[in-house]
Design a protein around this ligand. Structure first.
Ligand SMILES: *[C@@H]1O[C@H](CO)[C@@H](O)[C@H](O)[C@H]1NC(C)=O
Ligand SMILES: *[C@@H]1O[C@H](CO)[C@@H](O)[C@H](O)[C@H]1NC(C)=O
Ligand SMILES: *[C@@H]1O[C@H](CO)[C@@H](O)[C@H](O)[C@H]1NC(C)=O
Ligand SMILES: *[C@@H]1O[C@H](CO)[C@@H](O)[C@H](O)[C@H]1NC(C)=O
Length: 367
């Protein structure tokens, strides 16, 4: 009898501790629910269950995460989705839809939000598949949100509308569309750069409109970084950035700005904040030492020239740096945890040079 009582007591005690921990982690009760879309910059494990080459659920990824766990994040620790969630008062990003989808009928799993982002994916449905195999493209992510929206209706009834309208819809996508254009994998791209960008934007428009129709009102959007400077690209270009890719990223940002202005003039209550990750990253590159960064060309983890010729795969003898705080790039495409933290802070509370017309913290607290 005695052991039974005491183990029951221990269980109660543990669950009290656990709920205290949860309370601390989610200390900000006003934090809006987060629905997160996009590519590997936001992926927290979606691709773990896919037949995809764009995966990160193995070491050395996650080396600075809790228990050095490789979760599928393309980072040594938290990624940018986590960092934004942390600034809002959460401990990390909400869990991925795909790997947790069987749990999403229970209330506590869904009411903080869901992450749909998938590494390698883009705005166009075909983006990423030639390079990475199976990915969840943006239209499919929006369809997954529609399923979540239906469960919310079931859970919350008439309150579901206001729940969704106060939620933050965070989106980081576009890089892979631009990479795919540049590599023209199967020789099937007949459009010129301007026409292609037009197609990408028309498609982006229809997906954002669909989210609006499902009740989304607050859109926090991150545009494309100077992708011509990531080690995967510079390692094939004598260590230099590829200007054409960077120009494409700038054009993508301008076109996205126009698109969002159009959506907000057409749709009642549509609010947005657009983060210019091109400018943020360029400044980091220009004055890296004032942020304590010493290495802005080579990746911390990878293989070959600049660690940019292969992914961060311990089983394939990837090399790993020790001073991760001093690197801009974690792997051949992605920033370190430290740089994603700097980026998230800028996106959250920065001025109009970086994020406009309002910053994410203003977006979160707007009505
Ligand atoms: C893609 O490759 C095909 C076949 O080589 C070529 O005809 C086409 O012009 C290329 N497209 C672009 C945008 O470079
Ligand atoms: C970064 O430096 C380059 C070259 O010195 C300069 O042309 C560019 O304007 C700078 N960019 C930013 C965002 O400071
Ligand atoms: C990694 O290194 C070990 C020891 O040098 C070697 O036996 C193995 O073949 C290497 N594996 C790969 C994938 O290069
Ligand atoms: C951005 O966010 C901070 C914190 O909420 C706010 O005080 C500030 O005014 C904003 N910055 C700009 C330039 O809008």
């Amino acid at each position: 009898m005695a052991p039974f009582v005491s183990s029951e007591y221990a269980l109660v005690f543990l669950s009290v501790l656990f709920s205290l921990a949860m309370h601390v982690a989610h200390g900000n009760n006003d934090a809006p629910p987060l629905f997160i879309f996009g590519d590997s910059t936001f992926d927290v494990g979606t691709n773990n269950v896919l037949r995809s080459g764009a995966r990160a659920n193995f070491p050395y990824n996650g080396i600075d995460f809790y228990h050095s766990l490789p979760t599928g994040r393309f980072s040594n620790g938290f990624n940018t989705a986590d960092q934004i969630a942390r600034l809002l008062g959460y401990q990390q990003s909400p869990p991925p839809f795909l790997t947790k989808k069987n749990e999403f009928n229970s209330k506590n799993k869904i009411l903080k939000g869901v992450n749909f982002a998938s590494g390698g994916s883009g705005i166009l449905p075909e983006t990423g598949s030639a390079a990475w195999g199976e990915v969840v493209f943006f239209e499919k992510q929006v369809k997954q949100f529609a399923l979540v929206r239906a469960s919310l209706n079931g859970l919350l009834g008439y309150k579901a509308d206001s729940f969704v309208s106060k939620s933050l819809f965070l989106i980081s996508v576009g890089s892979n569309d631009l990479f795919d254009f540049a590599s023209n994998h199967s020789g099937s791209i007949r459009l010129n750069a301007e026409q292609y960008l037009g197609l990408v934007q028309v498609t982006y428009y229809s997906h954002l409109k669909k989210l609006y129709d499902l009740g989304a009102r607050k859109f926090g959007i991150i545009s494309v970084a100077p992708i011509g400077c990531c080690p995967a690209i510079t390692s094939g270009n004598g260590g230099q950035c590829v200007k054409a890719l960077n120009d494409f990223a700038v054009a993508f940002h301008s076109a996205t700005q126009v698109l969002l202005q159009k959506l907000s003039s057409e749709l009642d209550g549509f609010r947005y904040s657009l983060a210019d990750s091109f400018v943020m990253t360029t400044i980091l590159l220009n004055i890296s030492s004032s942020f304590g960064l010493k290495e802005t060309k080579a990746a911390c983890c990878g293989s070959g020239y600049l660690n940019g010729q292969g992914g961060c795969i311990k089983a394939q003898n990837a090399s790993l740096c020790n001073n991760r705080e001093e690197f801009l790039f974690w792997d051949w495409f992605h920033p370190t945890e430290k740089v994603s933290e700097l980026a998230a802070k800028t996106i959250f509370e920065g001025g109009n040079d970086f994020v406009s017309p309002i910053n994410f913290s203003q977006l979160a607290s707007s009505y």
